[in-house]
Design a protein. Structure first.
Length: 95
C-alpha cells in the first residue's frame, strides 16, 4: 500500500512579546492571511499568545521563495512578536 503524494509547505510560529496585547496577535494573523491570499497561498492553525500556522500553496507545492516572502513580511512585526519558521516539509495529513 502506498501513501499519498507529499504536500510541501512550512510552519510559521510566533509568540507575542511581553507587554503586547493579545489582539495584536489577531492583527498579525489577519495581515498574514492577506499576504498569503494575495500570493496564492493559504494557512491553517491558530493559538492565542503563541500561534502556529501551516502554510501551503494553493494547487502547487510551496517553495523557498514563499518562505522568503513570509520571512520578509514578518520583519514588519518583529517588535510585537518573535517568529520561527520551518524549512519546507511534507505537511500532508496522510497517516
Amino acid at each position: 500500500m502506498s501513501g499519498g503524494c507529499p504536500v510541501f509547505g512550512f510552519i510559521v510560529r510566533f509568540a507575542l512579546r511581553d507587554g503586547v496585547e493579545r489582539d495584536v496577535g489577531d492583527a498579525i494573523a489577519y495581515d498574514l492571511v492577506m499576504l498569503l491570499q494575495a500570493n496564492g497561498m493559504s494557512m491553517g492553525g491558530g493559538g492565542d499568545r503563541e500561534r502556529e500556522y501551516v502554510i501551503t500553496r494553493d494547487g502547487a507545492q510551496a517553495s523557498d521563495a514563499d518562505r522568503q516572502l513570509v520571512a520578509t513580511w514578518s520583519e514588519h512585526w518583529k517588535h510585537d512578536a518573535a517568529f520561527r519558521m520551518t524549512d519546507l516539509i511534507d505537511v500532508s495529513d496522510d497517516d
